[in-house]
Design a protein around this ligand. Structure first.
Ligand SMILES: NC(=O)c1ccc[n+]([C@@H]2O[C@H](COP(=O)([O-])OP(=O)(O)OC[C@H]3O[C@@H](n4cnc5c(N)ncnc54)[C@H](OP(=O)(O)O)[C@@H]3O)[C@@H](O)[C@H]2O)c1
Length: 426
C-alpha cells in the first residue's frame, strides 16, 4: 500500500518516498499500518509503536485508517490515538484520516493530496470536502414505544456504572430478562463479619477475624479477600435490585476476552430465554500510562474485553435479533486523554462499531455513549480529584442511568454517538 501510494503521489507532483529511503528528510510521515490486515489489537499496537519511533524524529504524522470496512475486527479507532498523542506530545502534529476501505489506491492518494493541501486534522476523507468528525448537540427522544420484553445481555452489567444503567432499564422493563456477565464470582459473605461496602472497614474486620483464629494475615491477602467479597456483594445487590423491579436477573461468570466463555454464555442464554434482543456492553478495564511507556500487553489488556470481547460476541450471537444496543465508550475517544492512548483507541473503535451496526440493523436503536467521568465505577477518589482539578464535573449515577435508559429505549435512531458530560480541553 505504501509503495503504491508513493507512486501515485509522485505522479501527481508531490515529493514522496518510503520512509527508509527518505531518511530524516520527510516533513510528513503517512503511516499505512492502520490499513493493514493485522488482527485488531495487534494493528492498533503496531500503529502506536510506530508513532513512538516517529516521535523521536519529529515532524508531522498522519495515521490512515479504513472507513466502512467489512468485518468488525477490521474497524479502526486510531482517532483516539492521535487525539491522545497530541496531548502527550504537544507541538507535534498527529492526525488520523479515514479512507474508503474499498477504494483503489489512486483514489486514496487523491484524497490524501487534497487533505494535505487543505491542512485538515482528524477527518473522514470519505465525505466530500473532508469533513471533520463531530459529535454535538442535545440528543432527542422519539415518542416510539420500545418493546417491553427483551432478553438483555450485559457484559460488565453486574458492577460499576453499567450496573446502575441496567437497574434503571429493569425499572422501565420489568417484563425483561437481564443477563449480567463478569469475571467475578459471587463469593459467600463470611460468617461473623458484618456486611459492609466500606473497604477499610471490611479489611479491619477480616484482619481481626484472622488474628482471633490465630493466623497472621498478610496485607495483600487481606486486600485480595476484601476485593473478592465486595465484588460478590456488589453483584448480589444488582441482582436484588433487578428482581425487586419485577424483572428477571441472571448472573454468568464469564471472561469477555475468552471466546469459549462467550460461546457457552450465549448458548446457555439463548437456549433458556430465546434470542438476545438487547445488548449493553460495559465490560472494560484500564492500563493507564504514557504512550512512550505502553507495552503490547497493556494494549492487549485494554482491548481484551472491550474490543476483542465485543467483536467475538457479535460473531457468536445473531445481530439481526438485536433491537437495542448500548456501548459504553468514553469521552477520551472524542477528546483523547493523556495516559489513555490504548483506552482512547478502544473506545473510538466502539464508535466505528456503533456506526456500522446502526447502518446494518435498521430495526435496532444503536448508541455509543461517550461518557465523561462518572461519580463511581473505575473513577476512584484519586481520578475524581484529577478531573476536579481540570474543572470536569462527574456524572451522577442517577443522571447517567436516566440518560442511558432514555436513549437506548427511546433515543433518536439517527444519533449514534452521544457525548455525555463536560467538554475536555484537548
Ligand atoms: N466510570 C467512568 O467514569 C467511565 C467513563 C467512561 C466510560 N466508562 C466505561 O464504562 C464501562 C464501565 O466502567 P466502570 O467505571 O463501571 O468500571 P468498573 O467499575 O471497573 O467495572 C468494569 C466492569 O467490567 C467488567 N469486566 C472487566 N473485564 C471483564 C472481562 N474480561 N470479562 C467480563 N467482564 C469484565 C467488570 O466485572 P468483573 O471485574 O467482575 O469482571 C465490571 O463489571 C467501561 O467500559 C468503561 O470504559 C466508564
Amino acid at each position: 500500500m505504501a509503495r503504491a501510494l508513493v507512486g501515485v503521489l509522485n505522479g501527481a507532483g508531490a515529493s514522496a518516498g518510503l520512509l527508509d529511503a527518505m531518511g530524516s528528510g520527510a516533513r510528513t510521515v503517512i503511516l499505512t499500518e492502520g490499513l493493514s490486515g493485522l488482527p485488531v489489537t495487534e494493528r492498533h499496537w503496531q500503529v502506536l509503536d510506530q508513532c513512538r519511533t516517529l516521535h523521536q524524529r519529529g515532524g508531522r504524522i498522519v495515521l490512515l485508517q479504513p472507513a466502512g470496512a467489512g468485518d468488525f475486527d477490521r474497524l479502526s479507532g486510531l482517532g483516539g490515538l492521535s487525539r491522545t498523542l497530541r496531548q502527550e506530545w504537544p507541538g507535534q502534529q498527529i492526525d488520523t484520516w479515514s479512507l474508503p476501505a474499498a477504494a483503489p489506491v489512486d483514489e486514496k492518494a487523491a484524497l490524501i493530496l487534497r487533505a494535505l493541501a487543505a491542512g485538515v486534522q482528524d477527518a473522514d476523507l470519505t465525505v466530500d470536502g473532508a469533513s471533520v468528525q463531530q459529535i454535538a448537540g442535545a440528543p432527542r427522544l422519539t415518542p416510539s414505544v420500545p418493546s417491553t420484553r427483551n432478553v438483555w445481555f450485559a457484559p460488565g452489567g453486574a458492577r460499576g456504572v453499567t450496573s446502575a444503567c441496567v437497574m434503571e432499564l429493569a425499572r422501565r422493563q420489568p417484563g425483561s430478562v437481564f443477563v449480567l456477565v463478569g469475571r467475578s464470582a459471587i463469593a459467600p459473605w463470611p460468617a461473623g463479619i458484618e456486611v459492609t461496602t466500606d473497604t477499610k472497614q471490611l479489611r479491619g474486620a477480616l484482619i481481626a477475624a484472622a488474628r482471633a483464629s490465630g493466623q497472621k494475615p498478610s496485607l495483600p491477602d487481606i486486600d485480595r479477600e476484601a476485593r473478592i467479597l465486595l465484588a460478590g456483594q456488589e453483584i448480589r445487590a444488582t441482582l436484588d435490585a433487578i428482581t425487586a423491579s419485577g424483572a428477571q436477573a441472571v448472573y454468568l461468570q464469564a471472561d469477555m476476552s475468552d471466546r469459549n466463555s462467550i460461546v457457552s454464555a450465549v448458548d446457555a442464554i439463548t437456549q433458556q430465554y430465546g434470542p438476545i434482543t438487547g445488548l449493553v456492553h460495559g465490560a472494560g478495564v484500564l492500563a493507564d500510562g504514557l504512550a512512550l511507556k505502553k507495552t503490547r500487553e497493556d494494549v492487549a489488556h485494554v482491548f481484551g474485553p472491550k474490543v476483542e470481547g465485543l467483536a467475538m460476541l457479535l460473531d457468536v450471537l445473531d445481530p439481526s435479533r438485536l433491537r437495542h444496543i448500548g456501548l459504553f465508550s468514553s469521552a477520551s475517544a472524542v477528546f483523547g486523554n493523556t495516559g489513555q492512548s490504548d483506552y482512547a483507541m478502544a473506545n473510538a473503535w466502539l464508535g466505528a462499531v456503533a456506526r456500522k451496526l446502526a447502518a446494518d440493523l435498521p430495526d435496532a436503536t444503536v448508541k455509543s455513549f461517550c461518557w465523561g467521568p462518572w461519580a463511581g465505577g473505575m473513577v476512584d477518589s484519586s481520578l475524581a480529584g484529577h478531573f476536579a482539578a481540570r474543572g470536569i464535573s462527574l456524572i451522577g449515577l442517577k443522571d447517567g442511568s436516566r440518560i442511558f435508559a432514555d436513549q437506548i429505549l427511546q433515543g433518536d435512531r439517527s444519533e449514534v454517538e452521544l457525548l455525555i458530560g463536560d467538554e475536555w480541553a484537548g
